[in-house]
Design a protein around this ligand. Structure first.
Ligand SMILES: [Zn+2]
Length: 342
C-alpha cells in the first residue's frame, strides 16, 4: 500500500502538480487526524477539512509568493485538464484574495491562518469562504481523487460526500510519516522549478519547504502536566516504585520513561509512561522495551486503572487519559502493534 502512495507520486505525469498537491493534502490530514496511531478501521476525512487544507496550500505557496506560472511552458496533448484544474483553483484563491483586499483596503499578502482569523467576524467574507470551500471540494472530486481511487489508494466517498480512506492506506501514511508528505511536496516544488520563469521562484520554493517543515511538528512536546500528576498520584499511593528498566526500587532522581519510544508513538499517554531511574532513562535512547519491562508496565497499568476508577475524576482531561489507559488494557492489540513497530 505504501507503494501505492509513492507510485501515485512517482508514476504521475510530470505535469500533474495537482496530483502531488492531493497526495500532500490527504497525507497531512491522515497524519494529523490519526495522531499517527495505527488504525484498525477506515479513516474518514471531512470534506471541509480537505478543502481547507487545499486552499491553504495554494494560498500560502502560490498566492503569497506571486507564483503565477504554474502552467507548463510546453503543454503536451492531453495535459489540458490539469492546466484547467490548477487554473480553476488558483482563480478561486485569487477571487477570495480580491474580496479580502477590497474589504479591508489592504494589499498586504497574509498567510492563510491569519486570513481566517481576520475574517472571523466579517460575515460576507465568511460566506464567501464557505462557498469557495465547496467549489474547491467539488473541483477536487472531478479527477485526481478518481484517479487515485483507481490505484487503490482511496476507498470511497461516503453518503455525505466525505472521503473514506481504507485502513491499509491510512496505515501506510502513518508508518512512512513524513516521507510521503516530503516526497509529494518536493515533487511539487520540482515541478514549479521546471515550469516557472518568475524571479520569485527560488524564495517561493524555499518558503514551500519551510511551510511543510513547520507543519511536520516533529519536535517532541513536553509531557502534559495532567499526565505527570496522574502518574505521580498513583505511584505515591503504592509502597514502592520499581524502575521499569532495571527492576530495582527508585529512591530518588526518577524520570518518566516512554516504554514504547516516543518517536514510534508520538504521544504521552499514561499507559506508556513509567518511572525509571534517571540514569536508566538516560541510557535507553530509543531502544525498544524488553519483555520484562512490558510486563512491569502492563501490570502497573492494571493497578493504576483500578486506582483511578476509584477516584472518580471530574476533570475532562483526566478522564480522557484514564479512558485511553482503559482501552490499552482491554485491547492487547494496542501494545502488540507498537511493539511490532519498534
Ligand atoms: Zn533503573
Amino acid at each position: 500500500m505504501k507503494r501505492h502512495w509513492l507510485s501515485a507520486i512517482y508514476d504521475a505525469n510530470p505535469q500533474a502538480s495537482y496530483k502531488f498537491a492531493t497526495v500532500y493534502v490527504l497525507s497531512s490530514l491522515i497524519s494529523s487526524s490519526t495522531k499517527n496511531i495505527e488504525q484498525n478501521k477506515p479513516v474518514i476525512l471531512d470534506q471541509k477539512d480537505i478543502a481547507k487544507e487545499y486552499l491553504q496550500l495554494f494560498w500560502d505557496t502560490y498566492l503569497i509568493h506571486d507564483i503565477e506560472h504554474f502552467i507548463p511552458t510546453r503543454i503536451r496533448v492531453g495535459d489540458e485538464s490539469n492546466k484547467r484544474k490548477q487554473s480553476e483553483i488558483m482563480q478561486l484563491v485569487n477571487n477570495l484574495w480580491d474580496d479580502y483586499s477590497s474589504h479591508t483596503k489592504s494589499n498586504d499578502k497574509i498567510r492563510f491562518e491569519k486570513f481566517l482569523r481576520e475574517i472571523n467576524k466579517i460575515s460576507p467574507l465568511q460566506i464567501k469562504l464557505e462557498k469557495t470551500l465547496k467549489k474547491v471540494y467539488s473541483n477536487m472530486r472531478k479527477m485526481p481523487l478518481f484517479y487515485m481511487k483507481m490505484e487503490g489508494i482511496l476507498y470511497d466517498f461516503d453518503s455525505s460526500g466525505d472521503l473514506v480512506i481504507n485502513k491499509e492506506a491510512a496505515n501506510a501514511v502513518i508508518l512512512t510519516y513524513p516521507l510521503i508528505k516530503y516526497t509529494s511536496m518536493i515533487e511539487l516544488t520540482k515541478y514549479l522549478e521546471r515550469v516557472n520563469q518568475s524571479k520569485n521562484i527560488k524564495p517561493g520554493i524555499m518558503s514551500i519547504l519551510f511551510y511543510i517543515s513547520s507543519n511536520l511538528k516533529t519536535r517532541r512536546p513536553g509531557i502534559p502536566l495532567v499526565c505527570r500528576e496522574l502518574i505521580e498520584d498513583f505511584h505515591s499511593s503504592e509502597f514502592e516504585i520499581i524502575c521499569s528498566s532495571c527492576h530495582e526500587p527508585i529512591y530518588s532522581n526518577s524520570a518518566l520513561d516512554h516504554t514504547i519510544p516516543w518517536i514510534k508513538i508520538r504521544s504521552h499517554d499514561i499507559w506508556n509512561l513509567h518511572p525509571t531511574h534517571s540514569s536508566c532513562n538516560g541510557s535507553k535512547n530509543d531502544n525498544p522495551p524488553h519483555d520484562e519491562q512490558i510486563r512491569i508496565v502492563q501490570s502497573r497499568n492494571e493497578r493504576m486503572l483500578e486506582y483511578f476508577l476509584a477516584q472518580n475524576y471530574e476533570v475532562d482531561e483526566q478522564k480522557k487519559y484514564v479512558n485511553i489507559l482503559q482501552s490499552s488494557i482491554e485491547s492487547n492489540e494496542l501494545w502488540n502493534k507498537y511493539v511490532r513497530m519498534c
